[in-house]
Ligand binder design. Structure first.
Ligand SMILES: C[S@@+](CC[C@H](N)C(=O)[O-])C[C@H]1O[C@@H](n2cnc3c(N)ncnc32)[C@H](O)[C@@H]1O
Length: 275
């Protein structure tokens, strides 16, 4: 694998920042090299310098593939457990009580290949029969077109299924198609997946009662984290809940959120006020 020169790294970091807000600081050269080497091979370029040359000449298709390759899409079912328990036991009762529409809307922001959104759909499908008159929908968004396509397909390998999906959920919510597992139509019907950049206002995402924004703020600098949270605030209704990753917080970033500990989960409630 070829090493990336300092000017080429700066160019790629600038492009990635402009398109996705992901902050690639010096020191991340190894990441760029290891993620872009396969892209170079795929498009028939001999090394990274040639690949970056093509980016400099404005190859838009290649730019999209490069952004895609530089996102980290690590995810799993019911990731970290506690936030999902809090969702069913604490957040759903609270938002149901204050809902004026009786339609629960959840936004899985930075949804990767969909495991988070579908985990929430499974919990909602267990909750809805006990709450007649309510309906629910989940909107998943991600900057990676490849991830959005994968989430829409609702198809997973055995290896992916093994990462956190309880056996009872596999039996209840999936069908086996050859070597893959596919979510049943009623689970998929509850979800919608769109491409979206969190650094830009979330057009097309309806007002949400609950937002899962997990394990993505870590990739942004402080100014971008603030911008992203302000965009989330415009979508999340006052009184609604924001759920972040274990290493993330709104503290010192956005005063409109109140930190709350619910059992073993930490959530952030939107206090209202100007967006
Ligand atoms: C580590 S995954 C987290 C997936 C899931 N939320 C979870 O916690 O398991 C981070 C995701 O954020 C997405 N992402 C990165 N920058 C983004 C941006 N500016 N707008 C939207 N999504 C972004 C990546 O494509 C990736 O799928």
């Amino acid at each position: 694998m070829s090493a990336i020169s300092a000017p080429d790294f700066q160019f790629v970091a600038g492009l990635v920042r402009q398109r996705s807000a992901i902050d690639l600081q010096p020191g991340k050269e190894y990441l760029v090299e290891s993620r872009l080497a396969p892209v170079a091979r795929e498009v028939g370029e001999r090394d990274l310098h040639a690949l970056v040359g093509r980016l400099r000449r404005g190859d838009e298709t290649l730019a999209a593939a490069v952004i895609d390759a530089l996102t980290t899409n690590e995810t799993s079912w019911f990731r970290d457990g506690h936030p999902f328990q809090a969702f069913s036991r604490r957040l759903l009762p609270e938002v149901a009580e204050t809902s004026t529409t009786r339609q629960i809307t959840v936004w899985s922001a930075a949804c990767s290949s969909g495991q988070e959104a579908y985990s929430l759909a499974m919990l909602l499908l267990d909750w809805l029969p006990m709450h007649p008159g309510f309906s629910a929908r989940i909107i998943g968004t991600d900057i990676s077109a490849t991830m959005v396509e994968r989430a829409r397909s609702g198809r997973y390998s055995q290896l992916e299924i093994n990462r956190g999906l309880p056996a009872a959920n596999l039996v209840k919510f999936f069908e086996q198609h050859g070597r893959e597992w596919v979510l049943k139509p009623h689970v998929r019907a509850m979800t919608r997946f769109e491409r979206g950049n969190l650094a830009a206002p979330a057009y097309g995402v309806p007002t949400a009662d609950i937002v899962f924004l997990r394990n993505v703020l870590i990739y942004f600098d402080i100014a971008t984290k603030r911008t992203v949270l302000s965009h989330v605030r415009r979508v999340l209704r006052p009184g609604g809940f924001l759920v972040l990753g274990g290493a993330e917080s709104t503290l010192s970033l956005d005063a409109a959120f109140r930190r709350m500990e619910l059992d073993k989960a930490v959530v952030f409630q939107h206090q209202g006020g100007p967006a």
